[in-house]
Design a protein around this ligand. Structure first.
Ligand code: SF4
Length: 335
């Protein structure tokens, strides 16, 4: 763990987690909506919030994105983009029936879990999908093989899990869970099904794990941890839980600096600050400014990992952008 300490020590300080904020999947999805708006003009319909962040959604709405919950809400002949959380195959079918052009902004790390589900279902495994019932990503992954998948929503769910053949069971997971709680669930499942197969690689994504590790590293020292993120953001909610488990006296989730309650600062000398994977840095900067105005001007970065992952844009957009570039080049050559 690397620490960059501000020069003047002070009794009041902020521990700023790194990494925090945007992950590669969110960055790609948000840029995809912006590029689609530039490329095709408004409106661009997006099924479900492109990422679970109020500020991002409001900003894209102002630029001309229209967010819908159901595919049928999109008028025929329009473009619909699927969010970073992924969709079930039935949603692609709905779009085809509604004569919609689609852009799939599903995070490649979610797509990886979909492919695992398809593969194990084809091999006739029972798949125990650890995740939160009703979460968009879990709905999408389950939809790949509904007859083979059972959702396990934490260790307390294990007792009621039943399978057809105990020698053919595999567990997969949602990408944005608590690493520790998921391992607890897996241990409980292994107790019940000793032959349980594990996925070939981690389903909890690098961004979720890294953000939790950074919060763990500073949680014990923090009197208060502020997590910037929306209430429907799974990975942001997990950061609050991880901070408390790591020893923080209090932890709160806020969308904006204006939601911080001054009373939370009573008796506090060290504030931990982080943000979920769908949160733009501008919102963290606003919280830093809010804290500085209240005497928390010294900021110490608690860095536990470097991140350099970048995903290319959805293939439908890349294709159209290439075509447009080719037309521009051809047009330029004719002039
Ligand atoms: S949190 Fe992980 S799985 Fe979700 S969009 Fe980001 S990188 Fe992808």
């Amino acid at each position: 763990m690397e620490r960059m300490t501000a020069p003047a020590p002070a009794s009041r300080r902020v521990l700023l987690a790194a990494p925090r904020g945007y992950c590669a999947g969110v960055d790609r999805a948000v840029i995809a909506v912006e590029k689609a708006l530039e490329q095709y003009g408004a409106p661009v319909y997006v099924r479900h919030e492109i990422v679970h962040n109020k500020y991002v959604v409001q900003t894209l709405q102002k630029k001309g994105a229209i967010f819908v919950e159901k595919t049928e809400e999109v008028p025929p002949g329009n473009i619909v983009m699927f969010s970073a959380h992924g969709v079930a195959p039935v949603v692609h079918e709905e779009a085809a029936r509604g004569r919609l052009a689609t852009i799939d902004a599903t995070c490649p790390l979610v797509t990886k879990v979909h492919k695992e589900a398809i593969r194990y279902a084809n091999e006739d495994f029972d798949i125990l999908l650890i995740g939160h019932e009703g979460h968009e990503e879990v709905i999408g992954t389950s939809g790949e093989a509904p007859d083979h998948i059972t959702i396990v929503d934490g260790p307390d769910d294990v007792a009621k899990v039943e399978v057809r053949d105990e020698s053919k069971v595999v567990w997969l997971s949602q990408t944005t869970l608590s690493v520790d709680e998921t391992m607890e669930t897996v241990d409980a499942l292994k107790q019940k099904f000793p032959l349980l197969v594990s996925p070939p690689s981690d389903d909890i994504c690098y961004a979720t794990s890294n953000r939790q590790a950074a919060v763990k590293a500073m949680g014990a020292e923090a009197d208060l941890v502020v997590v910037v993120g929306s209430k429907n953001s799974s990975n942001s909610i997990r950061l609050v839980e991880v901070a408390l488990d790591a020893g923080a006296r209090a932890a709160h989730l806020v969308d904006f600096a204006s939601e911080i309650d001054e009373a939370w600062l009573e008796g506090v000398t060290t504030v931990g600050l982080t943000s979920g994977a769908s949160v733009p840095e501008v919102l963290v900067e606003e919280v830093l400014e809010w804290l500085a105005q209240r005497g928390f001007a010294d900021v110490e970065i608690v860095k536990t990992a470097e991140e350099s992952i970048v995903f290319s844009l959805p293939k439908e957009l890349r294709r159209d952008l290439r075509t447009e570039a080719a037309e521009l080049v051809a047009g330029g050559a004719e002039e």
